[in-house]
Design a protein around this ligand. Structure first.
Ligand SMILES: Nc1ncnc2c1ncn2[C@@H]1O[C@H](COP(=O)(O)OP(=O)(O)O)[C@@H](O)[C@H]1O
Ligand SMILES: [Mg+2]
Length: 302
């Protein structure tokens, strides 16, 4: 029986390279070898094979894809094809879902998981948008495929919306996705989940007068103990989305007095070396759970 072999593509910045080394070492101890740095950008499909560096990726036992969230259409296209023939972490289907905020919110809400109230309407349906702002008084326009808080726009009045519409119309969007603006304390919970198990938690706080907690928007990370309610919510959200690995972002709605899931991230970053110094100590647990998961998913029958 052949030895197990997987492909891996993990981000390199923020301590990623060191994490990859640890994963490779631990997999080796279980007799699983790793083809590393497999960027599908450099792969080609040829008849029944997907070939990278003269290696047939379709012959691997599994592919672990953990790089930048925003992949190109080409990478996503091959991700999709490859996952038809070998297991991937995360699965293409789950990853594609979490890359889209509307699809994720819709599925979560349909499964009874709290999210901010949202509406999606056709780009020509400005009538609907105006009705919404009358009812909600504050809302957030969000690109459904964004990250890092980029492109989020707070709309605080009908006049505000009227001013913004010409710009939005110029952007050639297919639709508008808007969320009710949640009255919260400008902090969130990031809950890391692997294989249906809680891994770790930290908080983020928006910087200065910004209402977004993203580090790229000036937010900062702090140590935060989770409570059972947020952990439970994160576990449920990850399960509904079908992601093996998830980082679930949660905030507390002060008006409704309940926690809401803001988004499910399919490639949540490991703690960076600086964050580890701060006391975020979940990396080893996360690595162990990922190694266990890969081991289990590549177990050959017999
Ligand atoms: N409906 C909302 N109400 C209030 N604040 C929000 C809302 N949605 C997002 N935010 C803030 O904006 C940040 C970024 O939003 P998010 O949906 O996570 O998009 P991104 O993918 O860009 O991180 C969140 O971390 C949160 O601080
Ligand atoms: Mg976010």
């Amino acid at each position: 029986m052949g030895k197990r072999k997987i492909g891996m593509w993990l981000y390199k910045n923020g301590g990623g390279e060191k994490i990859a080394k640890k994963i490779i070492k631990k997999l080796k101890e279980r007799d699983i070898s790793v083809l590393n740095d497999v960027n599908l950008r450099h792969a080609i499909a040829k008849n029944e094979h997907i070939i990278w560096n003269d290696k047939k990726l379709d012959k691997l036992d599994l592919f672990f894809s953990y790089n930048a969230g925003e992949q190109t259409q080409y990478q996503m296209y091959l991700y999709q094809a490859l996952n038809r023939v070998i297991p991937m972490i995360n699965s293409y289907e789950a990853f594609a879902l979490t890359e889209d905020k509307f699809q994720t919110s819709f599925l979560l809400r349909n499964n009874g998981i709290n999210t901010p109230d949202y509406k999606l309407c056709h780009r020509d349906d400005t009538f609907h948008l105006k009705e919404i702002i009358k009812k909600w008084d504050k809302m957030v326009y969000k690109p459904t495929d964004g990250w890092g808080g980029v492109g989020l726009t707070k709309i605080e009045s009908e006049a505000n919306l009227d001013m913004l519409l010409p710009f939005l119309n110029q952007m050639d969007l297919r639709f508008f996705y808007v969320e009710k603006f949640i009255n919260y304390d400008n902090t969130d919970y990031r809950i890391d989940i692997v294989d249906g198990k809680f891994v770790g938690c930290y908080g983020r706080k928006a910087g200065g007068s910004d209402w977004r907690t993203n580090v790229t928007s000036g937010g900062s990370v702090f140590l935060r103990e989770p409570n059972d309610e947020v952990v439970d919510l994160a576990l449920k959200a990850a399960k509904v989305c079908g992601v093996d690995i998830a980082g679930v972002d949660i905030i507390y709605d002060r008006d409704k007095e309940e926690y809401v899931v803001l988004e499910v991230n399919g490639i949540p970053a490991f703690a960076t070396p600086e964050q580890e110094k701060m006391g975020l100590d979940f990396n080893d647990k996360k690595i162990d759970l990922i190694v266990d998961l890969i081991d289990r998913k590549t177990k050959k029958e017999k």
